[in-house]
Write a protein that binds this ligand. Structure first.
Ligand code: ZN
Ligand code: FE
Ligand code: FE
Ligand code: ZN
Length: 278
């Protein structure tokens, strides 16, 4: 395992998904300006599990756009060699029952990193603004969303298809939590992460959302650190200016917990990244 040092943003989007702005090169230039050692471009995977009529161009690129995305990031990897390490990534939705299609898609391209996300619970979008009314239906509804989410996330982790789980506690986005802790389900997530060696992102995206807190929560971060789960740094930037958003504080939170190294993925293998000591 090659070691490197500095900062790296392992989660960024581009104009291609229809709800972010900026070309991938602008995200890379921002990471260079910040003095980062690496940046992963991880746009949303096309809707491989939905019929063509149901594809929403404001949520993800169309399937036929994927080769051009990959070619562009690979060309930029070459162009910026020696300046910054550009990593080819993708944020891939987990959809139960469609694991084989996803595996084939992921094998078709030389990805450095695959972020695993559960945004979709059999037709319900966990984090879409249009789902807010369901969270507002009351405690039973909130609990049902969290239960379904943790169950689906554990299955996602256990597929082994993902290098890193994105926004681990995503249903908190709008600030709704179950009245009683779902300890058994949370224990299952931790066991799955440890058992499969899957990494988790520490993301500042939640600070830009109603919940106003990083993913995952401080309590979750404590548990992940104690269990030795590998961590990656993430902004989930949807605009070039958001690359590395809030990383100063994010790194302090890690150093305060005794975490001095995180990882980046290169060729789908973790590479140690020593954090700058501030
Ligand atoms: Zn997005
Ligand atoms: Fe996501
Ligand atoms: Fe994302
Ligand atoms: Zn995301």
């Amino acid at each position: 395992m090659l070691a490197t040092s500095g900062l790296a943003d392992s989660h960024t989007h581009t104009f291609r998904c229809g709800h972010a702005v900026g070309h991938e090169e602008e995200y890379i230039q921002q990471a260079v300006a910040l003095g980062f050692s690496a940046v992963a471009i991880t746009d949303h995977i096309p809707f491989y599990w939905l019929p063509r009529e149901a594809h929403d161009p404001t949520l993800a690129m169309a399937p036929e756009e994927l080769p051009a995305y990959v070619a562009s990031v690979l060309a930029l990897k070459e162009r910026y060699r020696g300046t910054i390490e550009v990593l080819l990534g993708i944020e891939a939705d987990y959809v139960e029952g469609r694991e084989e299609e996803l595996a084939h898609l992921l094998e078709a391209y030389p990805f450095d990193v695959v972020l695993g996300s559960v945004h979709w619970l059999d037709g319900f979008w966990v984090d879409a603004p249009s789902s807010l009314e369901v969270y507002r239906q009351g405690p039973e509804s909130v609990r049902a969303i969290w239960e379904a989410y943790w169950n689906k996330l554990e299955k996602a982790i256990r597929t082994g298809l993902f290098d890193v789980m994105a926004h681990l506690d995503l249903p908190k986005k709008f600030g709704f939590y179950p009245e009683q802790p779902l300890a058994d389900l949370e224990d299952g997530i931790l066991a799955a992460l440890v058992g499969t060696g899957t990494a988790v992102e520490v993301s500042t995206a939640g600070r830009r959302k109603p919940v106003g807190e990083d993913y995952p929560s401080p309590a979750w971060l404590d548990r992940l650190v104690a269990a030795g789960v590998p961590l990656v740094l993430a902004s989930d930037a949807h605009a070039p200016a958001e690359v590395g958003f809030g990383f100063g504080q994010l790194v302090s939170r890690l150093l305060d917990r005794g975490v001095q190294r995180v990882v980046v993925f290169r060729g789908r293998k973790p590479v140690t990244l020593e954090l700058p000591k501030g």
